[in-house]
Design a protein around this ligand. Sequence first.
Ligand SMILES: [Zn+2]
Length: 492
Amino acid sequence: MHLVWYFLCVLGFTSKSFRVVHLDLKGAPPRLGYLRQLLPLLAAQGCDALLIEYEDMFPYTGRLANASALNAYTRKDVKRLLSWAHDMGMEVIPLVQTFGHLEYVLKLEEFRHYRELPSFPQEVCPSNEDTMSLIEEMIEQMMSLHPDAKYLHLGCDEVFHIAACSKCTQRHLSKIYARYVIQLAELVRKKYPGVTPIIWDDMMRQWSPQYISSSPLTSLIEPMVWVYAEDVSKLLPHYIWHWYGKTFKKVWIAGAYKGATLPTSVVPDIEVHFKNQISWLNYIDNTPVQIKGFVLTGWSRYDHFAVLCELLPVSIPSLFLGLSLISRKHKHITQTEVFNIWHSSMRCSPSLKFDLHNLKFEPRYLSSCNFPGIEIYNAILQYLTIKSNIEALDISLTEKKGWMTKYNVDHNYTSPWRILEDYRSLNAHQLQQELGHFKNSTELKLSKYFDQFSINEWIEQKIFPLEFKLHNLRKTMENLIRRDVWPRRPLR
Ligand SMILES: [Zn+2]
């Protein structure tokens, strides 16, 4: 009887499993004040752990100092963030990449000799005898700022170039990975007793079941199994889960709430993320595996070099919906109940009723809610309208109408009146003014959430291309209408 009770309480995804929010800070740190405002709300939604991926926002010192961005958090900032999380009763899991995704370190001249391939600054070479001391130093600095951490996430995902250098080519591919990660995990276990190393699981997914179960790695680390697709089983065949369950005592799972559909996306696709989380819950329903925690990942960029994807304030609805779903304390909850919890968490008007379908096609349903970030959410919706209008103008002038096509431009041959008339009737001038106003007002709104470097980057990536497009259209138009005498056909 007791045994049955024990299994019911400990195995599967239970009320004891962590509900984890991933904060990906790379290259665009939210203002601390915003995070402070957010933490109690996350806690109220059931989040009891943070997975913090600092990347270049971590205040590295000594020979690692240049791995930090110039706008990185200070040590004092990190301590404040950790103390707020502690006040909320949240577990903090720091994440430091130790194999792949080390672009922010390996891009630098002083660390280029650690690369697996000279041209690609993603992975360290595990056969380089100096690599482990570099990584050990990164871990030391991370742990010195997280002395209370019970878990340390070592990354180890997406090691795209493995066994590629001349030193590594001699060794078996899965062994090279396993041997290096075992070394890392042993280092953590020995130096920080009580700290459990975690790694992403994707590199292991290609191993044979026999190799997984016989590897010493299984007793050293806890895997974090990530799938962000709408149907988890498509990317994670059940036989792999079966072997994970047989081999590892505890497994973490990770879905996504942002940053997983398109590297240039500006608003999360709530429907895709919600379906992903539901799919995960169905996938692990009645699983005999102990689920240590369910992580909602929210990526800021696809990697260090990529542009920004969805900003955190815009992604709050998606995050809160995910938390409303995974924070249920009992096993069965209807979708209506989840949505009701979600509405109230975002302080939406009780009269508002929406479902996944109208959210996907009418994101303005949320415009009157009052969650922290709503002004940026609304600004991004306005941005999408302006962007779409400018693109429509461009296509209309250069492809649909017949006086400013490539042919007209190449031969400097058009009707000035027609062009001027099209330019006027399509509101090109108003669009330019609207974009200018939008840029100024959004910059001001963003300043409550991000530092000026991040705002400048966002504006350069999202607004500048639209300004450039409008500028080019105007220049082309002005050049074309300057002509007042035209040659006989055929044109040359
Ligand atoms: Zn190598």
